[in-house]
Design a binder for this molecule. Sequence first.
Ligand code: 5AD
Ligand code: SF4
Length: 491
Amino acid sequence: MTDIASTKGGFSTAAGGDAPAQTRPNTRKVFVKTYGCQMNVYDSQRMGDALAGEGYEPTLVIEEADLVLLNTCHIREKAAEKIYSELGRIRDMKAERATRGLETRVAVAGCVAQAEGREIIARAPVVDLVIGPQTYHRLPQALARVSDGEKVVETDYAVEDKFAELPKSDRRQISGRGVTAFLTVQEGCDKFCTFCVVPYTRGAEVSRPFAQLIDEARRLAEAGVREVTLLGQNVNAWDGEDEAGRPIGLGGLLHRLADIPGLARLRYTTSHPRDMDGELVAAHRDLPGLMPYLHLPVQSGSDTILKAMNRKHTADEYLRLLDTIRAARPDIALSGDFIVGFPGESEADFEATMNLVRTVRYASAFTFKYSPRPGTPGAEMDGHLSEAVKDERLQALNALLRQHQTEFAQSLVGKRLSVLIEKPGRHPGQIAGRSPYLQPVVLPEEIGVIGDIVEATITSTGPNSLLAEGMTKPVAQFQSPQEAPTMRSVA
Ligand code: 5AD
Ligand code: SF4
């Protein structure tokens, strides 16, 4: 799954102006910091909802937090090390608060918690609670044990369904987070790419039940969400049974979500090439609300490296899959993940990656230097490369990808795109939204209000955004979800 920048501060309700108008005298405050992928963002929100039920209010100011919760990422070494330096700063802050007679609890959640367990408390005794991603529904009870003076480690794989047990987000919590939302549909991974810790930290693939997802998506739509991004480490491996007990895959789920009034846009991430089945490809042809933007990581363009990575496909198979997807949805834009400097990667292997990039012309991409992760087969392989070689390759790859990204953005100038308005612009008179290709778009504010989907002509490109003018009427103005059109009626 694609990394995002760490999200500082409280869960998004704090930033969304969703805090109660008055602070109850004995309300406790929680500061949540999220690292890593979108799934962690979703998990932080659900933990925030669970904590709200326990009387915790979000804060963006760590110094005033009675509970600090770090939702961590273990995907690369740097990501994990960041947690320990943050815990050092939290230790000092806890000591300072103690001089004012204030208690501070510290919890570490996420993949570092799962991977390192009790070791975290040994290395950072400031931590009171270590809780893995499969047991978030036990957070309130675990905190109660912490209050009794215990150090608590909860990293078992729970037998019960955590999503069924976690409290549902209420309308106020959802709408405080804006008009776009994440919805985790699948967790874990059975692919075992040899560089990756996910199968160890998130466990085996589990799909959330169909009915639970439809219910959650309806609740999101009823609270004003217009765009839902389905999340999973291997999202296109999602499977389930519909209400009639018939087997259904991600393509079928997308069709059913497209029928929910109010939801105008759907996305899903992250997919594995091996799990792009015909039904899912056809959904890109048949569902106008399924955005023509697909994150489909390939990691490398060399068959030797793909084999060593255990990706289970060749470069040519990937390219042929893209042909099929482009035949179904000619305007689709692609995004990818790449690792440079996997053990044994030769100059020729790297050049094969550059060639694949030249062939595909990605609209955007995420690139990483290989980082050996303890316990993964890659870490034990021969032929580890120096940081200097990894740096050099990363720079060359980034330059090529950046060039394609810029050219893609420039190719949109003069075109009309649908834009979902998400928030006020940075400058007066502006409003900000996203293109179908996830690019930020800056528009004049008279074009519409947050939640509208407008058609806009792109007039120029900025460093990281598109600028639009000459807008016409909204194509899907937001009324109440009941009156709102479904995606099928929004061309
Ligand atoms: N080293 C470097 N990059 C990695 N990724 C996953 N594991 C590693 C690793 N050990 C990258 C992959 C994946 C993305 C989320 O992170 O490109 O798709
Ligand atoms: Fe990791 Fe590979 Fe699974 Fe993606 S498909 S989560 S890279 S093991």
